[in-house]
Design a binder for this molecule. Structure first.
Ligand SMILES: [Fe+2]
Length: 274
């Protein structure tokens, strides 16, 4: 049985398995105290209650049926670059028509868990988790996102991830979610933790839509250090583009606090050996 909300299915188990390491406490402190983030942290409870109420209300209304089967543009030709650099950035990730459908059906705020009171390094709203290919939300209320998740889970997509990685390792998407970022949202540069359960990890950050570019609007960068002084790569186009990077890399990833008036909508897909 699935739930119409997101709170009950918060990914406690996976949060514990995939931790952010080697962050700069000063950057975390700045992100923690940004005025918009401070405001959102302080109003977390009321936001959560309102969003839950809106979801309950929406549950009384009839569902709309959309059979979304998105197609992606092939990315496996970037295998050499991924092997060389440990990351790859591609544009036009989905076909144009499917990208438009996804933009037009992006989930309402009510499906996102607000920034929590103690959050200090990953200050975006998050929701619609799918853990180990099991959706923790009512797929009938967000059929377009579930259609996108099914694309990530499909054999053809997984086969292309294997070709991209060039290592004959079969992978599956063990952790999927959507994020909304806004003025003040940031991601403190960090490395991802290693663990004994999930191996051969590669992460996809699919930038769906933004009204800005690069670091103005949440372009997650690949960095040499745990601050923003030594960027290796900063994605400029945050509309229908995707950054792939090896999670077990020695490189850091993160983005500085988003500028006033800018926003970013994205999907995260974490793959590991299946
Ligand atoms: Fe990370």
């Amino acid at each position: 049985m699935v739930n119409s909300g997101t709170d009950k299915f918060a990914p406690v188990k996976w949060r514990a398995l995939a931790m952010a390491l080697d962050m700069d406490p000063k950057i975390c402190s700045e992100m923690f105290s940004h005025p918009n983030i401070l405001w959102r942290r302080k109003t977390y409870l009321i936001r959560r209650v309102i969003r839950r109420g809106l979801r309950e209300f929406e549950g009384l209304r009839a569902r709309t049926t959309i059979n979304f089967q998105p197609q992606w543009n092939s990315f496996a030709e970037n295998s050499v670059a991924l092997d060389r650099d440990g990351y790859v950035f591609v544009e036009n990730f989905l076909t144009d028509s499917d990208f438009e459908i996804l933009k037009d059906n992006w989930p309402k705020n009510r499906y996102f868990t607000p920034v929590t009171p103690n959050e200090d390094h990953k200050t975006s709203d998050k929701g619609l988790y799918c853990q180990h290919e099991k959706p923790g939300f009512d797929v009938g209320r967000n059929p377009v996102i579930y259609g996108l998740y099914k694309m990530f889970m499909s054999k053809n997509f997984r086969d292309e991830v294997t070709v991209l990685c060039g290592d004959d390792v079969a992978r599956m998407p063990y952790h999927l979610l959507v994020q909304n970022s806004f003025w003040g949202s940031g991601l403190a540069p960090h490395r991802d933790s290693h663990d004994d359960v999930l191996k051969s990890k590669i992460n996809f950050i699919y930038f769906v839509e933004s009204n800005g570019s690069g670091w103005d609007a949440g372009g997650t960068a690949i960095l040499k250090s745990n601050d923003f002084t030594k960027p290796i790569f900063i994605p400029f186009n945050l509309n229908n583009s995707c950054l792939f990077y090896y999670s077990e890399s020695e490189l850091f990833h993160g983005f500085p606090m988003i500028k006033f008036g800018k926003y970013r909508k994205n999907v995260i897909a974490h793959f590991c050996a299946s």
